[in-house]
Ligand binder design. Sequence first.
Ligand SMILES: NC(=O)c1ccc[n+]([C@@H]2O[C@H](COP(=O)([O-])OP(=O)(O)OC[C@H]3O[C@@H](n4cnc5c(N)ncnc54)[C@H](O)[C@@H]3O)[C@@H](O)[C@H]2O)c1
Length: 269
Amino acid sequence: MTNILEGKKGIIFGALDAKSIAWKVAERANEEGAKFVLTNAPVALRMGTIKELGEKCNADIIGADATSVEDLTNLIDQSQEILGGKLDFVLHSIGMSPNVRKGRHYTDLNYDWYHKSLDISAMSFHKLLQVAMEKDAINEWGSVVGLTYIAAQRVFPDYGDMADAKSMLESIARSFGYHYGVKNKVRINTISQSPTATTAGTGVKGFDDFISFADSMSPLGNADALACADYCISMFSDLTRYVTMQNLMHDGGFSNTGVSAALMEKMKG
Ligand SMILES: NC(=O)c1ccc[n+]([C@@H]2O[C@H](COP(=O)([O-])OP(=O)(O)OC[C@H]3O[C@@H](n4cnc5c(N)ncnc54)[C@H](O)[C@@H]3O)[C@@H](O)[C@H]2O)c1
C-alpha cells in the first residue's frame, strides 16, 4: 500500500456484488487513499449487496440508470457536493445485453433489445462524458476508464450483440478522448479484460469452457478481477498521465497468441 490515489476523488459505476470487477476496483481505490461515490442502476441497488461495499469504503451510494442523462446529471452534481470538488477518476464498468441474456442468436436479434444493449453498454459512456464535460466536472489529468472485451476486434460467436456494443465503446473512448484531451487534458481509455467469472461474464453461453480455453491460450493465464482492479488503479494514478485514447489489453497475452502448447496438449487429451 503506497496511497497512490491519495487526495483523488472519483465515481465508480457497476459494483453489483463481490464478484464484480468494479467491487474490486472500489476496494483497491479505498486502500490507495481515494474518496469516491458508488453508483449503480436502481434495480441493482435493490438486488445487489452494494450497501456492504459502501460501508466498507465509507462511500455514499447514488442510484443512476446510466442510460438516463437526467440521472447522470444528478449523479455528477451530487458526487461533487459529497466529495467537495471536481472528480479525478471515473470507472465505467457497465454491460448488459437482453439478447445475450435471453439467448437470441446474433442472426436473429430483437431490435428493441439491440438498442438497449448499445444504449446501456456503449452510449452510456458518451452520455456520462458529455454530462461531465458540460459541467466541467473532471480535473485536468483526470482519468476515465471503461471496461471492454476482445470480441470488439475478433469474433467470439456467443458474445452476440455485445461485440458491437464493445466496438462502439472503444470508439467513443478514442473520439471523446481526443476532444476531452484538447479541452481539459482529461484522458479516456478502455481496458480489455480476460473473461472473468462475474454476473455479466457468466451470462454468456458456454462461459465455463470458454474461460478455460482463454486460460490455456494466455501465456500468463487469465487475468482475474483483482488484477484488473490493479490496472484500473494504475490508470487513475498520476503515473500514467500521457496514456489516452487507447484500448489497453489486460489479458495475460491472449490477444497476441495464435496458438499455445497448452491448448495443443488439451486437444490431444
Ligand atoms: N466478466 C467478464 O468476463 C468481462 C470481460 C471483459 C470485460 N467485462 C466488462 O466489465 C464490465 C463489468 O462487468 P462485470 O464482469 O464486473 O459484471 P457485473 O455483472 O458485476 O457488472 C455489470 C454491471 O453493469 C450494471 N448495469 C447494467 N445496466 C445498467 C444501467 N442501465 N445503468 C447502470 N448500471 C448498469 C449492473 O448493475 C452491474 O453492476 C462490463 O463492461 C463487462 O462487459 C467483463
